[in-house]
Design a protein around this ligand. Structure first.
Ligand code: RIB
Length: 303
């Protein structure tokens, strides 16, 4: 099995559920409040671990109780957390999440995530050197992500989830093997209207032309659109009763990486990833919703 290194963010998610969003200046009462381990990086890490991947995590938290809880959550998922830096001068990242009718709105305070430097990468370089697959998102400083991509393009498999969205240079995109934007992010990346199937396929072509080897655009309940090295394809989504989509994208990316690390074909890996992500939407919260390998195997889903 290939080794996976996830480099990225860890956040404590402070989640409140509501039936409707307040207007500006209005106060409303929510239905319930929970603190759930999250962060796009840590969610990918937990997905990789729970689904059976050989996974190491590199990131930064504060020396506080949220940081300890987040490290524990990754450990419990079977992830090697020895390379997570606890920085006493920073607080652990926080995500304020409002869940309304299954959809979410998120505001981040990056805290320690915003201090993951290129020096931190060099000080823990074995994690990257010994990995075959490098997974990243954009909740740590862009310079750090850019440094890793430039250092390892062509020699390791690089999977990037370009979220939260920032514009990315073509030169950088060329170094990425698999990119997993949602349709909204894909539209922004390529400056193409992705509201139609035609637009989505055009975005795949544009990403391919820039030099991304295998662009994969996630379409929520509609499935995914991807280029498999030969042709563009659309794979429909599974039908589920979604209660909360938080971390579905992170679960998708983690599950995809695990299946690829086990030598699955790209299409089998994508099917497995779609299944894992669909199951994640049936449960509340980020890491609390990520299924194990056994759950994905036995869950009966319909396209
Ligand atoms: O992708 C979901 C994640 O985004 C949440 O867990 C939250 O922490 C934000 O980073």
């Amino acid at each position: 099995m290939k080794k996976i290194a996830v480099i990225g963010s860890l956040n404590m998610d402070l989640v409140i559920t509501t039936d409707r969003l307040p207007n500006m200046g209005e106060t409303i009462t929510g239905k319930n409040f929970s603190q759930i381990p999250g962060g796009k990086g840590a969610n990918q890490g937990v997905a990789c671990g729970r689904l059976g991947g050989n996974t190491r995590f590199l990131g930064k938290v504060g020396n506080d109780s949220y940081g300890n809880t987040l490290i524990e959550s990754l450990k419990n998922a079977g992830v090697d957390t020895n390379f997570i830096i606890q920085d006493s001068s920073e607080t652990t990242g926080i995500a304020m999440i409002t869940v309304c009718n299954g959809e979410n709105m998120i505001i981040l305070n990056p805290g320690a995530n915003g201090k993951v430097t290129c020096e931190d990468i060099e000080s823990n370089i074995d994690v990257l050197e010994e990995a075959d697959i490098l997974m990243m998102q954009l909740e740590i400083p862009f310079e750090t992500v850019e440094y890793i991509i430039n250092k390892y393009k062509g020699s390791k498999t690089i999977i990037l989830d370009p979220a939260p969205f920032i514009p990315l240079e073509k030169e950088l995109l060329k170094g990425i093997d698999y990119i997993t934007p949602n349709e909204y992010e894909a539209g922004l990346l390529c400056n193409i209207n992705t509201e139609t199937e035609k637009g989505i396929l055009e975005a795949l072509d544009a990403l391919k032309e820039i030099g991304v080897k295998y662009p994969i655009i996630t379409l929520g309940s509609k499935g995914i659109a991807f280029y498999n090295g030969t042709e563009n394809k659309i794979m429909p989504g599974f039908k589920v009763n979604a209660v909360d989509t938080t971390a579905a994208g992170d679960t998708f990316a983690g599950a995809f990486a695990v299946a690829m690390s086990k030598g699955e074909t790209m299409e089998n890996a994508l099917l497995f990833a779609q299944k894992a992500a669909a199951i994640a939407t049936t449960k509340f919260g980020a890491q609390s919703s990520i299924p194990s390998f056994e759950e994905v195997e036995k869950y009966l889903l319909q396209i």
